[in-house]
Design a protein around this ligand. Structure first.
Ligand code: 9L3
Ligand code: MG
Length: 128
């Protein structure tokens, strides 16, 4: 099975993390996730992260360290997700793909219908 490589931004402000709700009719519709997307050929992870967040939320971020990665298998595909810390630099959030955003504590993240790879990430890397 082919693997797709995906970066996601973990943006924290005052102990809360930004999550976004995927479009209703998309793959994993209406589930919540750390925003991001597929790495394009020739891009570094950091370049992909900055580009995806600009495309999806219209804001500029500064990519930080890799916090954790998760390999998520479904019957259709294998997704390798890389979660990077990111600092919100500037710009006002305007959603181009997602339905909503929320700022959540780790406790409330654990109660949200997160996409499955994102929930695994929260349990393994944030909730301890
Ligand atoms: N995905 C899962 N969790 C995330 C992100 C950003 C992406 N935090 C999954 C959903 C899709 C694939 O990765 O299966 C590609 O993401 P996108 O291009 O649909 O955002
Ligand atoms: Mg995306």
């Amino acid at each position: 099975m082919n693997t797709i490589e995906v970066v996601a931004a973990v943006i924290e402000k005052n102990g809360k993390f930004l999550i976004a709700q995927r479009p209703e009719h998309a793959h994993l519709g209406s589930q919540w996730e750390f925003p991001g997307g597929k790495i394009e050929p020739g891009e570094t992870h950091e370049q992909a992260l900055v580009r995806e967040i600009k495309e999806e939320l219209s804001i500029n971020i500064c990519p930080g360290n890799l916090i954790g990665d998760i390999i998520h298998n479904s019957p259709e595909r294998c997704v390798h997700l890389y979660f990077y810390k990111a600092v919100y630099e500037d710009g006002e959030i305007v959603l181009t793909e997602h339905q909503k955003i929320l700022w959540c504590s780790v406790t409330s993240l654990l109660k949200k219908p997160l996409a499955s790879g994102d929930m695994t990430f929260v349990m393994q890397f944030l909730a301890n």
